[in-house]
Design a protein around this ligand. Structure first.
Ligand SMILES: *Cc1c(COP(=O)(O)O)cnc(C)c1O
Length: 434
């Protein structure tokens, strides 16, 4: 189907898939196959030389995964997307692909715990250093912090766990003035609430483990490429490197920009990172993500509704010392929320319990509906104490910088009935503050 002009909700159930190419199967088939027949020696030659595109080996590409990639690209109006084995693989491949010859990534302290820890423990050993802007809201700080060898700005559109909102357009403009890309982790927003590419983001990454798949049953990652960033510059000399595998008919080696004009970034991730680091998404897992995306809007809409109701409820509780969510009374992110997230600021937020550490433990242990675990974006409501779990890799100093003091509780609101969720929180407060 030619789906260029369809709206989001049509693309999310149909985009990137033509049943006629798959024996008229209505639901996207799971291609449980390692490799694909070349058919003839001539076709094998064409595939190897990229003069013809086709599936060869499932580490590098698979038709079920391919539908997911095309559907995600369409949902963003993007040039291309690539699916990988986890959100962390998406982030790691993206950062290495941008800065693999060494350099700096400019970011904020308000990042997913694994991302910050990866920056510290792993990327530094690859010659990639990290600079941190302290105040996300003061975008001029980004301009001041860009150095000669800064290779990208990396931010979360809605941060985990405090639901801080980035001024994507302002930050994208600063990045582009300096000839570097803006990379946005859009996991908490999902493409239903926000399309960062619309505001100038060049690369968007997702943990599809979270609300995109939405059922807590699969680990997956996605990388989306706008197709607008110019990698043809001395800052990204690795994109100008020519490869024998990318040779033209005459045998002349070419680079990724020459061969994959509109999507050199994801093509290079596929050919270099997915091929050799190998964090491939399996066909069955891609299928689970596709099934999840079919109900993305409906799920996230209900989760946002529940989250806003629960924030209103928590604001009435004397046991709650603060709430970090853009609709909460003292939130400094109201204007940014209205601009970027008119449909809602997601279903993950944090609040502080005005009690002892024992009372916090008692509160968590007393919850009956909320599951105590590390995931977010699930159809089920979840609770966690980030300083002791998801963000425990951070030193107390870093936790302070990231805005997660010891009394922090993070909720991820699911699809249950609002009344039951509020009653569950109410009885847990009663137990903890007997
Ligand atoms: C969970 C998460 C990740 C990591 O994704 P995995 O799929 O668990 O590897 C990255 N960024 C954010 C914002 C996340 O919430």
């Amino acid at each position: 189907m030619s789906d260029l002009n369809y709206e989001f909700d049509t693309l999310k159930v149909r985009g990137g898939y033509d049943p006629k190419e798959h024996n008229n199967a209505v639901s996207v088939p799971i291609y449980a196959t390692t490799s694909f027949e070349f058919g003839s020696t001539e076709r094998a030659r064409n595939l190897a030389g990229f003069t013809e595109f086709g599936y060869v080996y499932s580490r590098i590409g698979n038709p079920t995964v391919g539908v997911l990639e095309q559907r995600i690209a369409k949902l963003h109006g993007a040039a291309a997307a690539i699916a990988v084995g986890s959100g962390m693989a998406a982030i790691t491949y993206t950062l290495l692909n941008a800065a693999e010859r060494g350099g700096r990534i400019l970011t904020t302290a308000e990042l997913y715990g694994g991302t910050i820890d990866g920056f510290k423990k792993v990327f530094s050993n690859y010659g990639i250093k990290i600079d941190i802007v302290k105040n996300l809201i003061d975008t001029e700080q980004f301009r001041k912090a860009i150095k000669e060898d800064t290779k990208a700005i990396y931010i979360e559109s809605i941060s985990n766990p405090n639901a801080s909102i980035a001024d994507i357009e302002a930050i994208a403009n600063i990045a582009h003035e300096k000839g570097i890309p803006l990379i946005v982790d859009n996991t908490l927003a999902t493409p239903y609430l926000l399309n960062p590419i619309k505001y100038g983001a060049d690369i968007v990454v997702y943990s599809a483990t979270k609300a995109i798949s939405g059922h807590g049953n699969v680990i997956a990652g996605l990388i989306v490429e706008s197709g607008k960033f110019n990698w043809n510059s001395s800052q990204f000399s690795h994109f100008l490197e020519t490869y024998h595998t990318l040779r033209d008919f005459s045998g002349k080696p070419r680079n990724f920009i020459e061969v994959f004009r509109n999507f050199p970034f994801t093509a290079r991730i596929r050919a270099n990172y997915l091929a050799y680091y190998g964090a491939t998404l399996g066909a069955f897992d891609a299928y689970l993500v596709l099934i999840g995306i079919e109900t993305l809007s409906e799920r996230v809409k209900k989760q946002v509704y529940n989250a806003e109701k629960i924030v209103n409820y928590l604001e009435t509780k004397k046991e709650v010392s603060w709430i970090k969510y853009p609709t909460a009374k003292e939130s400094p992110y109201k204007d940014l929320k209205n601009k970027y997230l008119p449909k809602g600021a997601g279903a993950v937020f944090s609040f502080g319990i005005n009690g002892t550490l024992d009372q916090i433990d008692k509160f968590i242990d007393s919850l009956k509906i909320f599951s105590y675990q590390a995931n977010i974006g699930d159809a089920r409501s979840l609770v966690v104490n980030p300083p002791k779990t998801t963000h425990s890799e951070l030193t107390p100093e870093e936790q302070k910088l990231a805005g997660i003091p010891p009394e922090t509780i993070r909720l991820s609101i699911g699809l249950e009935d609002t009344k039951d969720l509020i009653e569950d929180l109410e009885q847990a407060f009663k137990e903890a503050f007997l």
